[in-house]
Design a protein around this ligand. Structure first.
Ligand SMILES: NC(=O)c1ccc[n+]([C@@H]2O[C@H](COP(=O)([O-])OP(=O)(O)OC[C@H]3O[C@@H](n4cnc5c(N)ncnc54)[C@H](O)[C@@H]3O)[C@@H](O)[C@H]2O)c1
Length: 337
C-alpha cells in the first residue's frame, strides 16, 4: 500500500464532528478507520456516513485508553495518519468530574500517541478548543493570543497541545496539527447527520433544538450580566461541515517537524440571545428561555481571528449562522436515531 492508500485512523469518528469529518474524508477519496466506544454516540450514524461519503468506513469499537486494543487496530489497518476527536467535551461537567477529564482527554491522548509512535505512524491532527484562551485579552483571538484555561476541560486541551509540541520538538519525524475550534454547530445540509450525543444536552444547540421541538420547556441562559452588548455570552459559531473540511486540508498540508496550532472560526461573534432568535426563525417555533446565574468555568466572549488558516491553507468558512440553524432544524425533522 502506498501512503495515500493507507487509511486515516479517526478516534471519536462516530461523534458529532468526527462523523462529519469522516464524510469529507471519504468524499476526498480517503479510507477511514473509526475508533469509538460509543460513550457519546450511536452506531446508527455510520449508515448515514457511508451514504453521504459514498464508501463504508471501517469501525473498531473500543476505548482509546486501552493500549492493547489500539495497538491491535493499528497493526491490522496500518494507518498513514490519525485524527483524534475522542474526548469528553463539556466544560461544566469537567468542573464536576475533573479526574475523568484528565484520564480520558490527557491519558487517552498519551496512550494514542505512544501507540502511533511505536507503530511508526507520525502524523496526528488533534481536536483542540478555543477554550484554551480563557478570559484573556479582548477578542478576536489568534494563535499568539494568551492562553489561560478557565476549567479542567480547557486545561486538558492545552496540555495535549503542549504534549504534541514537546513530541515534535524532540522528534522531527512527527507532524502534528492542533485545531482550536471555536463553536461548531449545525448539521449536514442533507439532514442525515447532526449532533446526536447521549445524556442531557450540555451544549447550547442541542438544548435549543430540544426546546424548539417541545422536548424541554425552556433554555437556561447562563448569565445576562457579562460585559457583552446584550449581556449574554458571545461565541464564534461555525458550521460543522466547515470544521470537517479543515481536517482534510490539515492532512494534506501537515509537515514533518511542525507542531502547528491553528484557530478555526469565522470571526463573527453571536450572543446567546441572537442565537435563540436565529433558531426561532429557522424552526418557526418560539424558544422560551430563562436567565440563570453564570456557570462555573464560562467566559464572556470568544471570537476567532482565523486569518492564519486562511492564509496557509486557503480555508474559508462557507456557512452563516442562519445556515447552521436551518441545517440543525432539518436534521431534527429528519433524524432517524
Ligand atoms: N463540539 C464542540 O463544541 C467542540 C469545540 C471545541 C473542541 N471540540 C473537541 O472536538 C472533539 C470532538 O467533539 P464532538 O463535539 O464531536 O464530541 P462527541 O462527544 O460528539 O464525539 C466524541 C466521540 O468520542 C467518543 N469517545 C469518547 N471517549 C472515548 C474513549 N475513551 N474511547 C473511544 N471513543 C471515545 C464518543 O463516543 C464520541 O463518539 C473533542 O475532542 C472535543 O473536545 C469540540
Amino acid at each position: 500500500m502506498d501512503s495515500l492508500e493507507r487509511p486515516v485512523l479517526v478516534t471519536g469518528g462516530a461523534g458529532y464532528i468526527g462523523s462529519h469529518t469522516v464524510v469529507e474524508l471519504l468524499r476526498d477519496g480517503r479510507r477511514a478507520v473509526i475508533v469509538d466506544d460509543f460513550s457519546n454516540s450511536h452506531p446508527g450514524v455510520l449508515a448515514a456516513v457511508a451514504e453521504l461519503g459514498g464508501a463504508e468506513p471501517v469501525l473498531e469499537e473500543g476505548d482509546i485508553r486501552d493500549r492493547g486494543f489500539i495497538d491491535d487496530v493499528i497493526a491490522r489497518h496500518r494507518p498513514q495518519s490519525a485524527i483524534h476527536f475522542a474526548a469528553k467535551k463539556a466544560v461544566g461537567e469537567s468542573v464536576e468530574i475533573p479526574a475523568t477529564y484528565l484520564d480520558i482527554n490527557i491519558g487517552g491522548t498519551a496512550t494514542l500517541v505512544a501507540a502511533l509512535h511505536d507503530a511508526g505512524v507520525r502524523n496526528l491532527v488533534f481536536s483542540s478548543s478555543c477554550s484554551v484562551h480563557g478570559e484573556t485579552d479582548p477578542t478576536p483571538l489568534n494563535e499568539d493570543s494568551p492562553v489561560a484555561p478557565a476549567n479542567p476541560y480547557a486545561f486538558t486541551k492545552l496540555t495535549c497541545e503542549q504534549m504534541l509540541d514537546r513530541l515534535v520538538g524532540a522528534d522531527h519525524s512527527w507532524a502534528t496539527v492542533s485545531l482550536r475550534y471555536f463553536n461548531p454547530i449545525g448539521a449536514h445540509p442533507s439532514g442525515l447527520l447532526g449532533e446526536a450525543g447521549r445524556g442531557r444536552p450540555r451544549n447550547i444547540m442541542p438544548w435549543l433544538v430540544d426546546v424548539a421541538a417541545g422536548r424541554k420547556s425552556e433554555l437556561e441562559v447562563f448569565g445576562d450580566d457579562w460585559p457583552t452588548p446584550d449581556g449574554t455570552c458571545v461565541r464564534d459559531y461555525l458550521h460543522v461541515v466547515d470544521v470537517a473540511r479543515v481536517h482534510v486540508l490539515a492532512l494534506r498540508h501537515m509537515e514533518a517537524g511542525s507542531a502547528r496550532v491553528l484557530n478555526i472560526g469565522t470571526g463573527v461573534g453571536t450572543s446567546v440571545l441572537e442565537l435563540i432568535r436565529a433558531m426561532e426563525q429557522a424552526s418557526g417555533r418560539d424558544i422560551p428561555h430563562r436567565i440563570s446565574g453564570r456557570r462555573d468555568g464560562d467566559v464572556s466572549s470568544l471570537v476567532a481571528d482565523a486569518s492564519r488558516v486562511q492564509e496557509l491553507w486557503g480555508w474559508r468558512p462557507e456557512f452563516t449562522v442562519a445556515d447552521m440553524c436551518a441545517d440543525t432544524w432539518r436534521h431534527e425533522l429528519t433524524r432517524r436515531d
